[in-house]
Write a protein that binds this ligand. Structure first.
Ligand code: GDP
Ligand code: IMO
Ligand code: MG
Length: 435
């Protein structure tokens, strides 16, 4: 029996969906614990591509239980659409296969309206480049103690009371502050009545269900969303998302005790990407031939918004932050295949901000924006490695690259991924097999 947390180590889109899908093979329960449908997790099985925004990526395995923890925020329309798409593919999502925490908060239409209105009102350089999914405003209501929870679907009178109070306040901001259209109480009430009917059977106490599973000796896999540098406390604030993305939140966001976590696996893309605004010290900006090649070969377009992802060299300052903040016990290095064909590779070891040296992300965003990476150059390789299935068969330079990452991070890789498909993976150690 083991409990394993998977988190992104960079700015999201590291390949969490693929790795979670792969590890689901050994798990019984798969749990999302933070974020919402700002996430886009892609998995490819036998050439077929699936993108999940809210349902845990483990859902493709029929006999496993998926859970959406209290730390997640749920757009009920998006969740139902995702369920419909799975049903159409012959994978109906039943309450036996998916549990939604009664304490998960709901993303309301006015959250999305406020997200758009706020972004539109910000000057260039101040915009966050959010996904527009209502994430910030929903988490604001949660900590402001006025949010509507999934459990309120089971208490319609309470939901309507909260909606009434929220509509008054939100419409004040929408119309007076942002000069936008107001949200309609009646429309939302009617729409949410249908959502309540459809989703009520799925709602339960995820913390109790997880405890029961653990005591029964089940393997639990926690699926992080976003990445360490998007963490609300530890990321490149304010260019972050509105939840804690690091491993500690796996416990808070699901109601699982910290002492029961056995492994924390950090997903590290072999280079770096970022979607949205904010500092990115190792960026190779659009127009740079290597950056453009990584973007093209890596298919670096957002799985949620379709935006072009910014690309750059591997940043071990970012990776080392992730090792420390998450307490990583293993790394999954993804998209190594995308680096094939580069004669030389750069690895950032530290930053210079004027004359000041940093080996971790500066706490002050103005310094982070000015940070200049100091690189170590290593040899690249030419061979296409996507057909390689054993670590020893990788070109020497590719193995050296992986070893260098291990040396600097002080954490060993457990997975090396050489393509998007489930099969295109080298599993070096199974975190669920514990001695
Ligand atoms: P996530 O948000 O962390 O789950 O990552 P995304 O799904 O947003 O983006 C990762 C993209 O890279 C997806 O299109 C995956 O199919 C793809 N991918 C994952 N691992 C690999 C890999 O090792 N090689 C290549 N070429 N693509 C990969
Ligand atoms: P996955 O789970 C990459 C980014 C947005 C924006 C910032 C704030 O697929 O890795 P938000 O809508 O959350 O308020 O936007 O965070 N962002 C992501 N970037 N991958 C994600 O998720 C992201 N989720 C949010 O682009 O810069
Ligand atoms: Mg993604």
């Amino acid at each position: 029996m083991a409990s394993v947390v998977v988190v992104g180590t960079q700015w999201g889109d590291e390949g969490k969906g693929k790795v979670v899908d792969l590890l689901t093979n050994y798990a019984d329960c798969i749990v999302r614990f933070q974020g919402g449908n700002n996430a886009g997790h892609t998995l490819v099985v036998d050439g077929e591509k699936y993108i999940f925004h809210i349902i845990p990526s483990g859902i493709l395995y029929q006999e496993k239980t998926c859970m959406i923890g209290n730390g997640v925020i749920i757009d009920p329309g998006v969740l139902l659409q995702e369920m419909d798409e799975l049903r159409e593919k012959g994978l109906p999502v039943t309450p036996e296969r998916l549990m939604i925490s009664e304490n998960a908060h709901l993303i309301m239409p006015y959250h999305k309206m406020l997200d758009h209105a706020r972004e539109a009102s910000l000057a260039k350089g101040k915009k966050i480049g959010t996904t527009g999914r209502g994430i910030g405003p929903c988490y604001m209501d949660k900590v402001g103690r006025v949010g509507i929870k999934a459990g309120d679907f089971l208490d319609w009178g309470q939901l309507v009371d909260k909606l009434q109070a929220n509509i008054e306040e939100k419409n004040f901001y929408l119309t007076k502050q942002y000069n936008s259209e107001p949200a309609s109480f009646d429309e939302i009430k009617n729409q949410f009545e249908q959502y309540a009917d459809a989703l009520s059977p799925f709602i339960g106490n995820v913390s109790v269900a997880l405890d029961t599973a653990r005591k029964a000796g089940k393997n639990v896999l926690f699926e992080g969303a976003q990445g360490t540098q998007l963490d609300i406390d530890h990321g490149t604030y304010p260019f972050v998302t509105s939840s804690n993305t690091i491993a500690g939140n796996a416990c808070i966001g699901s109601g699982f005790g910290p002492a029961h976590i056995d492994e924390v696996i950090g997903i590290l893309k072999a280079y770096t990407t970022r979607v949205g605004e904010g500092p990115f010290p190792t960026e190779l900006p659009e127009g740079d031939p290597i950056g453009d090649e990584l973007q093209r070969k890596g298919g670096e377009f957002g799985a949620t918004t379709g935006r072009r992802r910014r690309c750059g060299w591997l940043d071990m300052v970012v990776a080392s932050d992730a090792v420390r903040l998450n307490g990583l016990t293993g790394l999954a290095i993804t998209k190594l295949d995308v680096l094939s064909g580069q004669k030389k590779l750069n690895i950032a070891r530290k930053y210079m901000v004027d004359d000041e040296e940093f080996t971790c992300m500066p706490g002050n965003i103005r310094k982070t924006i000015k940070a200049r990476p100091v690189y170590e150059e290593v040899a690249g390789w030419n061979e296409d490695i996507s057909a390689v299935r054993s670590y020893e068969d990788l070109p020497q330079e590719a193995r050296d690259y992986v070893s260098r990452i291990e040396d600097i991070a002080g954490v060993a890789p457990i997975i090396v991924s050489v393509g998007p498909d489930r099969e295109e993976t080298l599993l070096l150690r199974n975190p669920f097999e514990r001695s």
